[in-house]
Design a protein around this ligand. Sequence first.
Ligand SMILES: [Zn+2]
Length: 352
Amino acid sequence: MRTIAVLLAAALLLAIPGIQHIQAQARTPAPRTTLDIYFLDTEGGQATLFVSPSGGSMLVDTGFAGGRDADRIVSVMQTSGLTMLDHVVITHYHGDHVGGAAELAGRVPIRRFYDHGPYTVELQPNRRAGFVAYKAVRDLARVTVPRVGEKVPLAGVDVQFVTSAGALLTNSLSGAPGAGASNPFCRDARLKVPDPTPENQETLGLVVRFGEFRLLNLGDLTWNQEHQLVCPNNLLGTVDVFHTTRHGDVNSGAPQLISAIRPRVAVMNNGERKGGAPEYWQIVRATAGLEDFWQLHRSAAGGAEHNSPDSFLANVNEDDHGHYLHMSVRTDGSFTITNSRTGFTKEYGPRR
Ligand SMILES: [Zn+2]
């Protein structure tokens, strides 16, 4: 009897058009307006996921082989409601960047890859595995080998390659504040003898712009290439967020670059014992205008002196690996960063 009464009441409610309308409105989620960026922990590789307001996606690098990093990527995709990836950029063919690509392609559809071409200078037995596994996927995939200046068509977001396959930007980036200005930090600039990892020089580097917001991700580009991008003139202009080069290793991180681009925030994709060099950390931390330096791990080499406070560390290296940093960006250039380990969130207002 009671069930019948409830059914009757429900039928009456549905018969009133106004109430149906209100119910339909309540079910429609508010449209997403932010660019969401997830800096995933791959224990010293790279996997950075960008999700545009309309749900378009770009993943920069796939972490290591072995399944762990592909799992972490798929898990964050689920968190952000993605069932496929529109664009996957492989910055270069070292195992900490391309390693998870074949496994990931076996788990989720990938519309298009971007890479530096079907060859790596490093085909030594100990360095080729990631590339060889990826090449089997690549041979059947849609692939773009972008030229410097080309863009990734990520809806609502401007993504431009500034380095690719050894070529570097040669003209100042259009629309970038301060781009083309002479760089005073070149005066005392040093160059370095490159270490024997020529594959790093092939890195696909990106500038991501969303409204007033700008982020620079140069993968594992080398110190001397960083120098060329900003000396004698700073071709990149300034950015809000600098994704550190080469995990914070001393073979990258030229101060003439970092000082010239004047980031408000840096994010370092280091592992506990990968990158996170004290010298690199010090160069970033000493940059004028830097508000915070977020790290994916506490660096063992950094000790007490060369690590950010715990709130800014996604992983502190006990039994809690796998936490990520989530950045949510608005078109006015303001953004928040949240530490998935602790829930600690910091708000950054529009650039003054
Ligand atoms: Zn690397």
